[in-house]
Design a protein around this ligand. Structure first.
Ligand code: TYD
Length: 133
């Protein structure tokens, strides 16, 4: 799996920090949707799906969480705990999110509008889809 972590640009001074992403730099797709997970209940895990055509970048802008990425051949867990780090989640990658801190805000930039048809929510189906591709 290609290392999906992106060091984001940020400017800081005595007032604090400001981080940013720009199209054709950190963002390699047209952003059609932004969503964020917040107030996640303790012990809850989310995700457990892949997308056929959706590219995303996730940024843990507050708190921390873990993102497991699985390309059908190998899986790797990334701990997100910095607002200066982005995680690319390319199409065709199974993802699970675990261990959300109470204050976690996970911001996601997405290349397409919400479309339930684009989801693969069954792991065995995901493996079959990967092997067919
Ligand atoms: P989902 O992507 O299934 O998140 P998770 O796998 O973490 O549970 O989304 C949860 C619900 O939110 C689902 O009913 C669809 C809805 N939803 C939208 O309406 N728009 C969106 O942009 C997203 C991401 C989800």
């Amino acid at each position: 799996m290609e290392l999906p972590l992106i060091k984001l640009r940020s400017v800081g001074d005595e007032r604090g920090f400001l981080a940013f992403l720009e199209e054709n730099e950190e963002i390699t797709f047209q952003v059609k949707r932004i969503y964020y997970l917040f107030n996640t209940s303790e012990g809850v895990s989310r995700g457990f799906h892949a997308h056929k055509e959706l590219d995303q970048i996730a940024i843990c802008v507050a708190g921390s969480c873990e993102m497991l990425l699985d390309d059908g051949g190998s899986r790797e867990t990334f701990v997100l705990r910095s607002p200066e780090i982005g995680l690319r989640i390319a199409r065709g990658i199974w993802r699970e999110m675990h261990n959300f801190s109470r204050d976690c805000v996970l911001l996601v930039l997405a290349s397409e509008l919400y479309d339930e048809e684009d989801y693969i929510r069954d792991y065995d189906e995901f493996i079959g889809w990967v092997n067919k591709a």
